[in-house]
Structures are given as structure tokens and as C-alpha cells.
Write a protein that binds this ligand. Structure first.
Ligand code: ATP
Length: 425
């Protein structure tokens, strides 16, 4: 049986991964088999939607049940619902929990429908009505609370095909430490990075010299070690020195760090909250506003859009050096501000050429001639030789940018953004 959960947490506490991990621990105590891999799945969905608490993640896992054993299934469902009711942050107006139970045959038979919905939910905005229609079509057992928005994540996560995947080993805190400052030996985190990068990634920001694998809120996560394999995240975990008591750990299979949310789109087809890859030519030179936020415009053959590189990221320094005519591929999406494309990665496909105008050199005296004014030509100060204005030379000057792909640094990236160190995989 497949079980999916979403929208159980708030900024005041909890985390859907924690609830999932607690339920799995309970099932292990009950001697139930959790998947062949024993691993739950954390599926990130569209990072540009307004309803998310943090990283827009939904979770699912699989429990082996005897086909005919109805009472066992009922016990499993009861346990999940009890946990969900006990731990969800119903008090928060933005928390709308849901969970669903799906038998193996139904999942197999309807995977295409679920996968189509996942592809939409990971890169566009979906409605609760769409989710309700799918739940009706595939006849899944759903449990929705409050406005039931959690159903979107529950259905979508079960359609993730994991065509590319990574792992995250989540370390949970003991309850008495929830809401207090997280305590981990920073040196050991950098030691871990030195030993395992690029097999592990997005755990530290080397330029700012700070670990970035710890959240900052009141949630139960102490840190999450991200990597390409189960073995490597386990080894990385063993290197870290924790300065506070750990409650338990759980590895999740995930679509994080895969760019699963980015589909190529023409600019005219972009809607608010879409994640996308767009291609175009710079048509308005960059402008910088307060805090270093840098804006420029690109256009393709259908429309134009303002693009933003935010001040906290290094991308602002690439953006400010762009000029009209540069051809770019941009990875990102539209979040709060309508018609502003927030950049996750900039790929420079072609740089426009810039030229410096030079006065001609007098062929007799070998000195640079003087301009006589606009369109009035040039004259040699020494021998008074004259040339027309078309004798000026245009010399190509170097740009302080190179074609290539540039990313937001760890700590400022979306969970779904694929880091460049994973490109060779
Ligand atoms: P955390 O990562 O800490 O678990 P979160 O950031 O995942 O929190 P949720 O509490 O899960 O945030 O809230 C996200 C809500 O948005 C859920 O109700 C989910 O069903 C819904 N949702 C997810 N993807 C979409 C989408 N593409 N369109 C509309 N709603 C969505």
C-alpha cells in the first residue's frame, strides 16, 4: 500500500518529513515491512507557489501488506491518521493537511495520470479542484482536513518518476531542543565536505565559509546531508560532530537537486508561479536597485520579460555586466512579482561584441590624429594632413564575462535546483 502525506507543518513547527519518519518508526516497531529499500520519498514541488511553508515538499512511502488482510490495512490507516491528527499544525491558517492510501494495482494502473499531475505540480500552479477530480477518477482513499490543499502534494508526489534522484539524510533533534539554536561542530562539517564533495553537495557555502545544511526555524530538523548515494550520505554523517543530542535519522530518496521543475517555455507562455527555462536576447541593459538586486530584460520571438538576479547571490555580478544583444538561457521562475523572472542559473550562449572607436594614426608622422568634431574628420597636429571621419577604426574590446553557465551559490538555491557539480552525472 502507498501512503502519501502533505501540508502538516507551519513556520511555527513540525515538518512533513518528521511526521513520515515517526510513522515509519512506529511501523518498524509493529514489524511491518517498509518498502524493499526501507526508505521514504521526499518529493519537492513547484518552489514558486504561494502556499508553501519552506521547500514545498510532500512525502510518500510504501508498506508491504497482505493482499487479503483487511484488518491489517485498517490498522495501518488508523495509525497514520492518528499520527497526522496528533502532530499536524491545525492551528495555522496556512496548514491544510491531507493523506491518502493507494493500493498497489491502483497506483500501477494510474501511474500515467499521477505522473502527468506531478509534472504540472512541480512546475506550475494547480488547483484543489484539479486534485479532487484526479482523486475521483482513480478512486483513491483520501483524508483531507480544512481546505484540503494538501491533497495536491499527496497526489503529485506519488507521480514522481525519479528519472534523476538524490538522497538526503535528515537528522532530527530531541523535542527539548526544538526552537533553540542548532549546535554542530562547524569544522567537522567542512571536513565532511572536503572528504565527500561532489558526492555530497549543497551542505556548505565555501565562499562565505558557513554550513548551509541546517534550517533556522522551530522545526525538528537539525540538519540534512545531501548527496548522490545512500552510502555516501551515511559516511558523511559519521564524520560530523554533533554538539547536541540527536533523536534519530532517516534517509529520504528525493527529486531535490535535479532541475525536475524546469521545462523549456516561450516567454509569451509563462504564467505567474511557473518554473521554466527561457531563451532570449537581452533587450534592456541591467539596472541595479537597493541591496544589489539587478534587473534586465530579455525577449524571444514571442514576448519580453524582466529578469531578476537577487542581491544576496553572486548572479547579480554576472547580470550587471550583461548588455543588449547578449543571448541567454535562463533557469528560474515567476514567484511573487508578476512578470518578473527570478533567476536560478544564467547560461550565456553568446556575448554581443563591443567596440571602441579609435582615431587613425598619421601615416607620415606616426602620431594619433585629432578629431575635428562630430562627422568633421581628423587632422594631424604636426603635418596638418586630413582624413574623413570614416577613417576611424573600431577595435573589438574584451567583455568581462565568458560564455558558460553560472549558478546561485549553496544556501541561496532552491531545493530542486541542480548544482553544476551534478551536471556530469
Ligand atoms: P515543508 O517543506 O517544511 O514540509 P512545505 O514548504 O512543503 O513545508 P506545505 O506545508 O507542504 O509546505 O504546503 C504546500 C501546500 O501547497 C500543500 O498544500 C500542497 O498540496 C500545495 N501545493 C504543492 N504544489 C502545488 C502546486 N503546484 N500548486 C498548488 N498547490 C500546491
Amino acid at each position: 500500500m502507498f501512503i502519501a502525506l502533505d501540508d502538516t507543518d507551519s513556520t511555527e513547527g513540525m515538518c512533513t518529513t518528521y511526521l513520515t519518519a515517526l510513522i515509519l518508526r512506529k511501523f518498524r516497531d509493529m514489524n511491518l515491512k517498509v518498502d524493499r529499500s526501507g526508505m521514504p520519498n521526499l518529493v519537492r514541488l513547484n518552489p514558486n507557489i504561494p502556499y508553501k511553508t519552506r521547500g514545498n515538499g510532500a512525502c510518500w512511502f510504501y508498506i508491504e501488506t497482505e493482499k487479503s488482510n483487511g484488518s491489517e490495512k485498517e490498522k495501518i490507516k488508523r495509525t497514520v491518521l492518528n499520527f497526522l491528527k496528533k502532530y499536524s499544525r491545525f492551528d495555522d491558517e496556512n496548514t491544510n493537511p491531507a493523506c491518502l492510501f493507494l493500493d498497489d494495482e491502483i497506483w500501477t494502473r494510474n501511474f500515467e495520470i499521477l505522473n502527468k499531475f506531478y509534472k504540472k505540480a512541480v512546475s506550475e500552479l494547480c488547483t484543489i479542484e484539479e486534485a479532487d477530480r484526479i482523486a475521483d477518477t482513480i478512486k483513491v482513499e483520501i483524508h483531507k482536513f480544512k481546505n484540503g490543499r494538501g491533497l495536491i502534494g499527496c497526489l503529485a508526489c506519488l507521480g514522481c518518476d525519479f528519472s534523476d534522484l538524490t538522497y538526503e539524510l535528515l537528522v532530527y533533534r530531541t523535542e527539548k531542543n526544538f526552537g533553540t539554536e542548532r549546535r554542530i561542530d562547524e569544522e567537522s562539517v567542512f571536513e565532511m565536505h572536503k572528504l565527500f564533495y561532489p558526492g555530497t553537495f549543497d551542505n556548505v557555502n565555501t565562499e562565505e565559509y558557513k554550513p548551509v545544511f541546517m534550517p533556522h526555524g522551530k522545526d525538528p530538523i537539525l540538519c540534512g546531508i545531501r548527496g548522490n548515494g545512500i552510502e555516501i550520505v551515511n559516511k558523511a554523517f559519521s564524520v560530523i560532530k554533533f554538539k547536541e543530542e540527536i533523536s534519530f535519522t532517516q534517509i529520504f530518496r528525493t527529486n531535490q537537486h535535479t532541475d525536475a521543475h524546469l521545462m523549456s517555455k516561450k516567454i509569451s507562455r509563462l504564467k505567474q508561479h511557473d518554473a521554466a527555462i527561457i531563451e532570449g536576447t537581452v533587450t534592456e541593459n541591467p539596472k541595479r536597485i537597493a541591496k544589489g538586486h539587478t534587473f534586465f530584460k530579455i525577449s524571444d520571438d514571442t514576448a519580453g520579460i524582466t529578469c531578476a538576479a537577487y542581491g544576496v547571490t553572486k548572479l547579480k555580478d554576472i547580470a550587471i555586466n550583461l548588455i543588449n544583444g547578449d543571448i541567454l538561457r535562463l533557469y528560474g521562475g515567476i514567484e511573487t512579482y508578476k512578470n518578473t523572472f527570478n533567476i536560478e542559473k544564467i547560461e550565456i550562449l553568446n556575448l554581443a561584441k563591443i567596440y571602441k572607436k579609435e582615431n587613425p594614426v598619421c601615416p607620415k608622422c606616426n602620431i594619433r590624429m585629432k578629431s575635428e568634431g562630430k562627422e568633421k574628420g581628423f587632422q594631424c597636429r604636426k603635418c596638418k594632413l586630413r582624413f574623413k571621419s570614416d577613417a576611424a577604426k573600431f577595435i573589438e574590446t574584451a567583455r568581462n564575462l565568458k560564455p558558460g553557465i553560472y549558478e546561485v551559490e549553496p544556501g541561496h538555491r532552491r531545493h530542486l535546483s541542480k548544482p553544476l557539480c551534478r551536471y556530469k552525472i
